[in-house]
Design a protein around this ligand. Structure first.
Ligand code: GLA
Length: 539
């Protein structure tokens, strides 16, 4: 695997060293698009089919999902991963499907799949191309979000290939002008309040004889505190800069401490000394404060802001389409897929509904173990509306054994992971179908409390506990080695506050694989085969 020109070893090293941190938690609260209050369940084309996909496969998979009882078990999305899109946009700049493999277009497919009671999902990249080098959505966020919403798509996976990070540099600002709904009014930098490393520098190139530098990397800010307009509404804000340096720059414009827009500046050629860039801002009647700074203190800030932009556009687009058509709003589940590079668990819930925590999964047991070991530690960050995503399921793929398939599924259920199947549903075996439609495990995954399991002990056998909404607790004993016998001390589990279990003299127990129910005085003895898991609900 070569990622953005990186060798496989460097790629893994970079992932585990995690250099960058999000500088600030932006104060707008959780991403509330109304979707994914429990982990999303569905299927995706990627794990099995890669670029061998077409509209017939997608439709046949939806039919199989319904006929084989998967829809009834809770699987709802059929997601088309990379390779559905044509490399060219249409005459209106909109994305369009590949003419050879999706000749009837996505809206027709949505209609057919919806008629089965299934929702369609689609994919793009937060870059200039997808991982398969096709049309992608960076710099086209609004149009692509609106296109997707108009098509009736209900799940959107947003990858990170060909990403261009936002610049950590700010331009040299010497004035701002407010215009549009009023006579243009210009405020020179001599009127601005400076903070941090921001400072006024002398120059002959501007009217006021100064410009402000030091706005880079969140290190400094300049604020115009008295920007006055007669009426509330949308205005043009023009930022005047002194040209400097052949590299890209970026500014965030914060209005009245709330609304934030970012402006990207291209690298600057020097035919003239100065330049100007305009954005739309909403101003209040009377005095407004306008703060300018560069928001990029780390690589993570850039990723977060770019994902957040798309998240907002998707939300707005869903609302807009519903208002225009008079049809009920179709929420779009927003799946962030930046492979865990920028600690997305720290900002994912502000930005989307699920976030990949690791590089791509493979149907290879040691790799699934690495992914599990990383994701299990992130239990604090998941909750209704926002989930850690250790990637799509490989149950039924490669050479995974029955027990490995069972554990893979049980662990993903315990970790509140999205249950996105990655096998060929048209030819799913009974053994695999039984695993992925296990009602008890699905109920644990979909429990309304939405608390991810915590690993309370680690070793040859890991013990995971997941509190459930009715006061009971799911307990999973996952055997990483050969056949073992273990004892579960229920009183000890009840003593761990995380479990939420009340200590009692006798407990009701349900074995989630066999559906057997029995009572226990507090000690459960279990035998677990190599790589298998025993899972119970205890009340
Ligand atoms: C990345 C993602 C995968 C898949 C491919 C498609 O690698 O992490 O899940 O979407 O791109 O090209």
């Amino acid at each position: 695997m070569k990622r953005n020109g990186m060798c496989p070893v460097c790629f893994i090293k970079r992932f585990f060293t995690m250099p960058s941190k999000v500088s600030e938690v932006y104060p707008e609260g959780l991403y509330d698009n109304g979707a994914a209050m429990t982990p999303p369940m569905g299927w995706s084309s990627w794990n099995t089919f890669k670029n061998r996909i077409d509209e017939n496969l997608i439709y046949d998979t939806a039919v199989a999902m319904k006929e084989k009882g998967l829809l009834e078990a809770g699987y709802r999305f059929v997601n088309i991963d990379d390779n559905w899109v044509c490399n060219n946009r249409d005459e209106n700049g909109r994305m369009q499907s590949d003419p050879l493999t999706f000749p009837h277009g996505i809206p027709a497919l949505v209609e057919k799949v919806n008629a089965l009671g299934i929702s369609l999902g689609i994919y793009s990249s937060n870059g200039t191309a997808t991982c398969e080098d096709l049309t992608a959505s960076l710099y086209h966020e609004r149009l692509d979000a609106e296109t997707i919403a108009e098509w009736g798509v209900e799940y959107f996976k947003y990858d990170f290939c060909h990403n261009e990070p936002m610049s950590e540099y700010a331009p040299l600002v010497y004035a701002v002008t407010v215009s549009g709904n009023c006579e243009p009014a210009t405020y020179q930098c001599t009127e601005a309040v400076l903070s941090g490393l921001a400072r006024r520098m002398p120059t002959k190139k501007t009217e006021c004889g100064k410009y402000v530098s030091g706005l880079d990397r969140r290190e400094g800010a300049m604020t115009f505190e008295n920007v006055e307009v007669k009426d509330a509404g949308e205005y043009d804000l023009t930022v005047h800069i002194v040209k400097h340096g052949r590299y890209k720059k970026c500014l965030m414009i914060e209005v009245n401490g709330k609304e934030r827009v970012t402006v990207d500046f291209p690298d600057q050629k020097k035919y003239n000394d100065t330049a100007k860039f305009s954005v739309k801002v909403n101003l209040e009647k009377g005095k407004n404060s306008i703060k300018l700074f560069n928001p990029i203190g780390s690589r993570a800030d850039s990723a977060m802001l770019q994902y957040r932009l798309m998240g907002r556009e998707l939300k707005n687009a869903a609302t807009k389409v519903s208002a225009e058509t008079g049809k009920p709003r179709k929420n779009i589940t927003f799946s962030i897929c930046e492979w865990g590079w920028n600690q997305p668990y720290k900002w994912g819930r502000l930005t989307g509904n699920l976030w990949r925590t690791t590089p791509d999964i493979r149907p290879f047991w040691p790799w699934i173990m690495i992914i599990y070991n990383h994701n299990v530690k992130l239990y604090k960050y998941a909750g209704p509306g926002g989930w850690n995503d250790p990637d799509m399921l490989e149950v039924g793929n490669g050479k995974l054994t029955r027990n490995q398939n069972r554990s893979h599924f049980a662990l993903w259920c315990m970790m509140c992971a999205p249950l996105i199947l990655g096998n060929d549903l048209r030819s799913i075996s009974d053994e695999v179908l039984n695993i992925v439609t296990n009602k008890n495990l699905i109920a644990v995954n979909q429990d309304a409390l939405g608390v991810q399991a915590k690993r309370i002990s680690k070793g040859d056998v890991d013990t995971l506990v997941k509190p459930l909404s009715d006061g009971s607790v799911a307990v999973c004993l996952f055997n990483k080695g050969g056949k073992k016998k273990r004892k579960i001390d229920i009183n000890r589990i009840a003593a761990d506050e995380y479990s939420g279990l009340e200590k009692k003299s006798s407990y009701e127990v349900k074995d989630l694989w066999t559906d057997e129910r029995f009572t226990s005085d507090g000690v459960l003895r279990v035998g677990i085969d190599k790589h298998d898991s025993a899972v119970f609900i205890i009340k």
